[in-house]
Design a protein around this ligand. Structure first.
Ligand code: IYR
Length: 227
């Protein structure tokens, strides 16, 4: 039970989970690992329409993420309007052209070669939805006082990870796209000053002919140390 001092002032509800057999734990964890291991970033999208309610569910799922002081410091802007998608593509490609031509280091360009990326971003128009994730660095209290949020980067990263898992679980694909700098998107979407663009995520089905690089994931021994 939480400290009595707090429980008197704030509501609490009991929360529990059943103790499973080790076999069940193993089976469930392995199943989810295999499922998630099948997730891939995709750059070739189909234009097949997807019900808006699906996207709403995905975003509600993302917003279940833990966040600093439970402030949920995120806004998810969803773009399906072809005109707005076009504006975003034009502005993103302008920045990306500059990045690929002069802003990115040779090492960076070399590291990206296996992924086959370039400045052109047709998926920004083909994908039925673009979800633009914003991090909210501050909010205004009911009295109009400016209040900074906490661990915003971590919180929004967690929410985006859960969003990507939800998209994969729904049977759809996504790309964590990072046009840089991303300020253009705040202008196009008229976002307020307290919201900073974090990631741009096209969502949809993969194109009929969709190819992804044959990447390998690191071994457990390369990413994990038990003490
Ligand atoms: N933002 C560029 C470049 C890019 C950078 C990284 I790091 C990637 O993993 C992939 C792409 C783009 O989106 O093409």
């Amino acid at each position: 039970m939480p400290n009595k001092k707090y429980i008197e002032d704030y509501p609490y509800i009991a929360y529990s989970k059943p103790i499973l057999t080790d076999e069940d734990l193993l089976q469930r964890s392995k199943f989810f690992y295999d499922f998630m291991d099948n997730r891939r970033s995709v750059r070739e999208f189909s234009d097949i329409a997807i019900p808006r309610e699906v996207i709403e569910n995905l975003i509600k799922t993302a917003s279940t993420a833990p966040s600093g002081a439970h402030k949920q410091p995120w806004t998810f802007c969803v773009v399906s309007n072809p005109e707005v998608k076009k504006q975003i593509r034009i502005a993103a490609e302008e920045e990306e052209l500059e990045s690929y031509n002069s802003r990115m280091s040779n090492d960076w360009l070399e590291d990206l070669k296996p992924l086959g990326t370039d400045w052109q971003k047709p998926f920004l128009e083909t994908a039925p939805y673009l979800i633009i994730v914003f991090r909210c660095i501050y909010e205004f209290s009911a009295e109009g006082k400016k209040k900074n949020n906490y661990y915003v980067q971590e919180s929004v990263g967690l929410a985006t990870g859960i969003l990507l898992a939800a998209i994969h679980n729904a049977g759809l694909v996504a790309l964590t796209h990072t046009p840089s700098p991303m300020n253009f998107i705040s202008k196009i979407l008229s976002r307020p000053e307290n919201e900073k663009p974090f990631l741009l995520i096209p969502v949809g089905y993969p194109a009929d002919q969709c190819w992804v690089p044959d990447i390998k994931r690191k071994e457990l021994s390369d990413i994990c140390v038990f003490y």
